[in-house]
Design a protein around this ligand. Structure first.
Ligand SMILES: NC(=O)c1ccc[n+]([C@@H]2O[C@H](COP(=O)([O-])OP(=O)(O)OC[C@H]3O[C@@H](n4cnc5c(N)ncnc54)[C@H](O)[C@@H]3O)[C@@H](O)[C@H]2O)c1
Length: 450
């Protein structure tokens, strides 16, 4: 069809084609400030923290926090005694104060702040109690277990003027910072839509965790663990696999999507509740008695911008947040962020000219090349760039930001309002799934309506 192979075509195939000369630049992002700190932290600048919940996530938070310059864990609370031993092992302090009652940590005057990694059905109570006791708190995601929980938490933080940071750690990652900078710069133009996807395909990924061997009503305060959920006899599976049940967890939405939503909000500079959510899904693979879906697809409306989410526990797919605009695509993942610019213009004569008689086609193409062939040395470059960062699931940058805010009283990157907005998207996704209908956010009543 074409009888020309112009410089422009050459640039197009070389710059946009696979493995072309101009594609595939990889740039490593800067290390975090705490990684470069050489000098010792003055005693007056140290942060003394207590931790509540030293389970799967709490143990990671504690291990990360104690490596940060000037941070010291002085007490740990957990309802299960095995985690007291674990906290002492992680801190390397056999004399570390441990307790089943977290209130004892909140009462201590020598504790600057709290890190909490308790199951979702405990978040509100721990955060509200901490704020009321005058303690700043880093609380794990999703911020709330119910819609109303989140507003009580926002209120407790504001009333007590406390620093509350919610634990979607990627918002402190250098990858999300770079994506945000590039979006602000206009590198993909005005956002048109977002795709957020993640898939797992193994029992651990589907939350079928092995309960600790010695778990019993003697080693665990089971009644307290249940909090305000229906009273049921001691159950090891419920303790270890609480994510599977809506009574304690928030499903794949609150467990996984909240990270993608938080990262999206941060990247795009959004801080809001979606207008509506429409879900489809079900329990396709893990028929183990759970009541939360193992496949959950959601379509959100964020002030007119469609955001599509696919979360599944039945097929493994890479976690990806894809931002699409008229000038190209930003793809963010756990270790990489890539920018694929798109010129958004014809790079060759329109293929519609195949419908022209040959003389007209030749005339059109000649004219097209006259008008569009760039001058020598001024050829546009469509160069895909990849940024390699540190793991966006690394919790240390996020804890570090929290500690800095505790000292400076400057706002945290993911405060209670932001955390609440991200969590509300998850609640709306779950509500839509359970009601089998599109749901809408009603600002006047602060409830989800169908
Ligand atoms: N940010 C992340 O990447 C990430 C990853 C995993 C989990 N999380 C979040 O962390 C939180 C904890 O998850 P997990 O997997 O560690 O759960 P887990 O069950 O492994 O650990 C929770 C611990 O909290 C303790 N606990 C419960 N209620 C308590 C109370 N009232 N007082 C003291 N201790 C109490 C339990 O005994 C348990 O040891 C959840 O909200 C989860 O969503 C976040």
């Amino acid at each position: 069809m074409k009888n020309h192979f112009s410089r422009r075509d050459f640039l197009k195939t070389s710059a946009l084609g696979t493995g072309g000369l101009l594609s595939g630049r990889v740039i490593s992002l800067e290390p975090y400030p705490f990684e470069r700190m050489q000098q010792k932290v003055a005693h007056s600048d140290r942060i003394r923290f207590g931790i509540i919940g030293i389970g799967m996530q709490g143990s990671g938070l504690l291990s990360g926090a104690v490596t940060l310059p000037g941070a010291e864990c002085v007490a740990a609370a957990d309802l299960y005694d095995g985690r007291h031993t674990l906290a002492r092992e992680i801190t390397g302090n056999p004399g570390l104060m441990v307790t089943r009652k977290y209130q004892e940590l909140l009462d201590r005057k020598d504790i600057d702040c709290i890190i909490a990694a308790v199951p979702d059905h405990w978040h509100k109570r721990v955060v509200v109690d901490a704020c009321n006791a005058g303690k700043d708190i880093y609380c794990e995601k999703p911020m709330s277990h119910t819609v109303s929980d989140g507003f009580e938490m926002v209120d407790a933080a504001a009333r007590n003027k406390r620093i509350v940071q919610i634990g979607s750690q990627r918002v402190s990652s250098n990858l999300c910072a770079k994506a945000r900078e590039m979006y602000k710069n206009g590198d993909i133009g005005e956002i048109e839509n977002v795709e957020l996807t993640l898939g797992r395909n193994d029992p651990t990924g589907a939350w079928e965790y092995p309960p600790p061997f010695d778990l019993s009503p003697q080693t665990l305060d089971w009644d307290t663990w249940l909090n305000d959920t229906p009273k049921i006899p001691f159950n090891k599976e419920r303790f270890a696999r609480w994510r599977c049940w809506k009574e304690y967890g928030t499903g794949v939405a609150g467990d996984l999507m909240v990270h993608l939503i938080s990262g999206m909000m941060f990247t795009l500079g959004w801080n809001e509740i979606p207008r509506s959510a429409t879900s489809l899904g079900g329990i396709f693979r893990w028929k183990d008695g759970r009541n939360m879906p193992d496949l959950h697809l959601v379509l959100f409306d964020y002030h007119g911008v469609p955001v599509f989410v696919r979360l599944g526990l039945g097929t493994e797919t890479t976690e990806l947040a894809r931002f699409l605009g008229p000038k190209g695509i930003l793809d963010t993942g756990e270790f990489n962020m890539s920018w694929t610019p798109q010129p958004g213009i014809d790079l060759a004569p329109s293929y519609y000219d195949s419908s022209f008689p040959s003389k007209m086609r030749a005339e059109y193409e000649a004219q097209w090349y006259t008008e569009h062939t760039p001058k020598l040395g001024q050829e546009p470059i469509y160069d895909q760039v990849s940024y390699r960062g540190h793991d966006w699931d690394d919790m240390r940058p996020h804890i570090w930001n929290f500690f800095q805010s505790v000292k400076s009283r400057k706002p945290v990157v993911e405060d209670a309002v932001f955390g609440n907005h991200a969590a509300l998207a998850c609640h709306m996704a779950n509500e839509s799934y359970f009601r089998g209908k599109t749901v809408f956010w009603d600002e006047a009543s602060k409830t989800v309506k169908s």
